[in-house]
Design a protein around this ligand. Structure first.
Ligand code: LAQ
Length: 373
C-alpha cells in the first residue's frame, strides 16, 4: 500500500473534496479512502463533520481512517460525570470529547483504530460495513474468531468486544463509525471509564460496559498498519477503486475550508459539558474539623452543565446561614466544574469575615464542594 505525501494529497484532496455539494459525477468509482495525519480527537471529529456537511456522497462513498492520542469519547446524549472519571483524566492528561453520534462511551489511544463509513442516508448500512471489517481481519488472519453481534459490536472469541459502533444520520448524508482495539491500554481504559459518582440521576444515554480485548493479544505479530491496509484493501475491492490511502491534514483550511472552526466548537466547554442532558446530584460528605466530624448533605440540579439549584445542608451552629447562602448564591448559575468553583470560592474567601475560625470552616466547605465536581 502506498501512502503518498500528505501535502501533495491534501492539495489533490482539496480539489476532490471541494467538489460543490450540488456537483454531480456520473460514476460511483469516485469513492475514496482517506487517513488523517493528526491524532487530535477534536480535529478528527471535525473532519467527520466537514465531510458530512460538505461532500456530495451521491456518487461516491468515503472511508475515513483515524487514530487519536488518549481520549474518552462520549455519545451525543451522554453525561460525562456519569460515564467517566474526570479527575483521573485531568491527572493523566486524557482529553474528553463529545461526538455528534449517539451511543456509549469509549476510550481511544494510538492502540485503537477508528473507521468512518460515509454514504448517503439511503445507502447507510452498518452491518455491511462491519462485515467488511470482519472479512478484512479474516483475510489477514484466517484463524481469528471474529463476528458481528446484533448490537453491531465486533466480538473476538465469542465474548470479548474489539469494536463498538455509533452512527449519525443526517437529512441526506450519513455516517457509521466504529472502533477497533489493537493494543490500547486496557488498564487505563477500564479505570477512566468508571465514574466515582453515586447519587447522580439523569435521563442521559447510559453506556453498555463489556469485556474488551485487543487484537494484538490474540496475535502479537499484527500491526495497526497491517490492519488499516487490510481494511483499505477490502473496501477498495468492494467499491472497485484503487486501494491507495489519501492522507489528509485536518488543520488544512485550504483543503477543508471552515474546518478549524468546527474543531474549535467540538473542543468548547459548551459542547463537551454544556450539551449534557439535565441531571441531579445528591450526595453527602464528611468534614473533619478540629475534633468533630460533620455530615454535610448537598443536592444540586445541573442544566446545560451549569448549577441551576443548589442546597447545602449543614448545622447553623457550624457556619452562619448567611455565609452558607453566599456560597449557594454564587454557585447558582456557575459551571459544574472544579476550576470555576475554585475561582469563585477564592473570591468569596477574600470577602469572608476576618475571623480565623469562620474562615477555616468556610474554606473547608469550599474545598469539599470543589471535590464534588
Ligand atoms: N475503543 C473501544 N473499542 C471497543 N470497545 C470499547 C472501547 N472503549 C471502551 N469499550 C467498551 O465498550 C463499552 C461501551 O459500549 P457502548 O456500546 O455503550 O458504546 C460504544 O461501543 C460506542 C462506540 C462509539 C464508536 C465511535 C467511533 C469513532 S468515535 S467513537 C465500554 O464500557 C467498554 O467496555
Amino acid at each position: 500500500m502506498v501512502l503518498q505525501s500528505s501535502l501533495k494529497n491534501c492539495l489533490q484532496l482539496s480539489c476532490i473534496l471541494r467538489t460543490p455539494k450540488a456537483g454531480f459525477r456520473s460514476t460511483t468509482s469516485g469513492s475514496l479512502i482517506i487517513q488523517s495525519i493528526s491524532n487530535d480527537v477534536y480535529q478528527n471529529l471535525a473532519v467527520e463533520d466537514w465531510i458530512h456537511d460538505h461532500m456530495n456522497l451521491e456518487n461516491r462513498q468515503v472511508l475515513f481512517l483515524w487514530r487519536n492520542s488518549p481520549a474518552v469519547v462520549i455519545g451525543r446524549h451522554q453525561n460525562p460525570w456519569q460515564e467517566c472519571n474526570l479527575k483521573l483524566m485531568r491527572q493523566k492528561n486524557i482529553k474528553l470529547a463529545r461526538r455528534r453520534s449517539g451511543g456509549g462511551t469509549v476510550y481511544h489511544d494510538l492502540g485503537n483504530i477508528n473507521l468512518t463509513f460515509f454514504t448517503t442516508r439511503k445507502k447507510y448500512e452498518r452491518m455491511e460495513n462491519l462485515k467488511l471489517v470482519v472479512k478484512a481481519l479474516k483475510a489477514l488472519r484466517p484463524q481469528l474468531d471474529v463476528h458481528v453481534t446484533d448490537r453491531y459490536d465486533i466480538l473476538l472469541d465469542r465474548q470479548y468486544k474489539i469494536s463498538g459502533t455509533a452512527a449519525k444520520l443526517g437529512r441526506t448524508t450519513a455516517y457509521h463509525h466504529c472502533t477497533l482495539l489493537c493494543n490500547a491500554d486496557k488498564f487505563v481504559l477500564s479505570s477512566v471509564l468508571k465514574s466515582p459518582y453515586k447519587g447522580l440521576k439523569s435521563n442521559a444515554t447510559p453506556s453498555v460496559p463489556a469485556s474488551v480485548k485487543n487484537l494484538f493479544e490474540e496475535d502479537p505479530s499484527l500491526t495497526w498498519k497491517m490492519l488499516l491496509d487490510a481494511i483499505a484493501e477490502e473496501y477498495a475491492t468492494q467499491h472497485q477503486i484503487d486501494h491507495h490511502i489519501t492522507l489528509i491534514n485536518p488543520a488544512d483550511e485550504t483543503a477543508l475550508p471552515g474546518i478549524n472552526n468546527k474543531a474549535k466548537e467540538l473542543q468548547s466547554w459548551e459542547w463537551v459539558y454544556g450539551k449534557t442532558p439535565k441531571f441531579s446530584v445528591s450526595t453527602c460528605f464528611n468534614m473533619v474539623h478540629k475534633d468533630s466530624v460533620l455530615d454535610v448533605k448537598v443536592d444540586m440540579d445541573v442544566k446545560h452543565g451549569r448549577i441551576e439549584v443548589c442546597h447545602i445542608n449543614l448545622p447553623e451552629q457550624w457556619l452562619p446561614p448567611a455565609l452558607c447562602s453566599e456560597l449557594v448564591k454564587s454557585l447558582t448559575g456557575s459551571k459544574f466544574c472544579p476550576n470555576e468553583t475554585t475561582t469563585l470560592a477564592t473570591t468569596l474567601l477574600r470577602v469572608c469575615p476576618q475571623d480565623d475560625e469562620l474562615h477555616s470552616r468556610w474554606n473547608l466547605l469550599c474545598e469539599n464542594m470543589v471535590m464534588l465536581m
